[in-house]
Design a protein around this ligand. Structure first.
Ligand SMILES: [Zn+2]
Ligand SMILES: [Zn+2]
Length: 331
């Protein structure tokens, strides 16, 4: 089999090929597989000419922002689909609602493609499953030893105590988080551990509704409800908003904080709650998959950094996926 980077991860066997999380429309493979709804991964929904597969949850999360989904088929957890001699099976990647990693089996061996992954149990998503494989294609967003996240419970406590102190000053705390995933986790943190009501920006609310439709309990008041304005004026609520909302920060009565794994590197008030694996999580996951080769991806310069650590610490061959195409043959 052959594994290569072509604005997406491609796995080929003889004449057949599949592409995973492609970022371009110009592709000529038999099928595309989408790991999750974040924009940098779900581009394939815009491709009409080849069939595409994702979880039902991912499709619903993508359509709330108006994306059309022609030539799409749902794929359930652990449901195998054959594309010629290539067999693809989704498993949980632990990142956001409906996120998948894909196990791709060919007569030459097995590839595990993680997409974005998280191995920690969160309030709304089960952790990523390690899978024994020959080749592991792993994300390296936080693929450097600098990234060691504190436990999610400690971060949650700090969020609640910060919100309390902002409210006591007569101002309103605003948590700016990714609208799919982290925003819902923040809401759950306040639901589970405090009596402070949560006001949700409308872009977050429409994602909340998808989480609710798939059986998750999230308590919030949409920002356009009258009750929300009243709670805000009495300084009796926290606001959860998408990451790139700046309009609130110009008003003196709001104090904003960013929620992201990048918090470890930011100057702005921020909390390192992440839906990604940190460096130790990545190394543990690789060990558990015991691959013969690890291809790093999706981490920019950290692709190289993570690969170096894998070779040194785990003694497994590793390099960034976009360096060269890899021909993998059984030994
Ligand atoms: Zn993501
Ligand atoms: Zn990503």
């Amino acid at each position: 089999m052959r594994i290569k980077w072509e604005n997406g991860v491609v796995v080929e066997y003889k004449g057949d090929g599949v592409v995973l999380d492609p970022q371009t429309k110009r592709l000529n493979y038999k099928a595309a597989f989408i790991t999750h709804a974040h924009v940098d991964h779900s581009h394939a929904f815009k491709i009409r000419h080849i069939p595409k597969f994702s979880s039902n949850e991912t499709m619903h999360l993508v359509t709330v922002s108006g994306t059309k989904t022609d030539n799409w088929r749902p794929l359930s957890l652990n449901e195998k689909i054959a594309i010629g001699d290539i067999e693809v099976m989704p498993r949980s990647s632990g990142h956001v609602l409906g996120s998948y990693e894909f196990e791709i089996a060919t007569p030459n061996g097995t590839v595990l493609f993680t997409g974005d992954m998280n191995t920690r149990q969160t309030r709304l998503v089960k952790p990523a499953e390690p899978v024994n494989c020959d080749v592991l294609v792993i994300e390296s967003t936080y693929g450097s030893p600098d990234f060691v996240f504190p436990s999610d419970d400690i971060v949650a406590e700090e969020m609640i105590s910060w919100a309390g102190s902002v409210l006591r000053e007569g101002r309103v705390p605003v948590f700016c988080a990714d609208h799919i995933g982290n925003a819902q986790e923040v809401i759950r943190i306040f639901n589970e551990n405090s009596s402070i009501p949560v006001v949700s920006h409308w872009r977050v609310s429409r994602v909340n509704r998808v989480y609710e439709a798939f059986g998750h309990k999230i308590e919030y008041i949409d920002i356009n409800d009258e009750e929300a304005q009243e709670l805000i004026s009495r300084h009796n609520a926290v606001i959860v908003a998408p990451k790139n909302i700046n309009s609130l920060s110009f008003d003196q009565k709001y104090v904003s904080a960013i929620v992201s794994g990048w918090a470890l590197k930011l100057r702005h008030k921020s909390f390192p709650l992440s839906d990604h694996a940190d460096f130790p999580n990545l190394m543990d996951f690789i060990r558990e998959c015991s691959p013969k080769l690890v291809l790093t991806y999706h981490g920019g310069r950290f692709n190289e950094v993570l690969a170096r650590h894998i070779e040194k610490k785990l003694r497994i061959r590793s390099y960034p996926i976009n360096l060269i195409a890899t021909n993998f043959l059984p030994i």
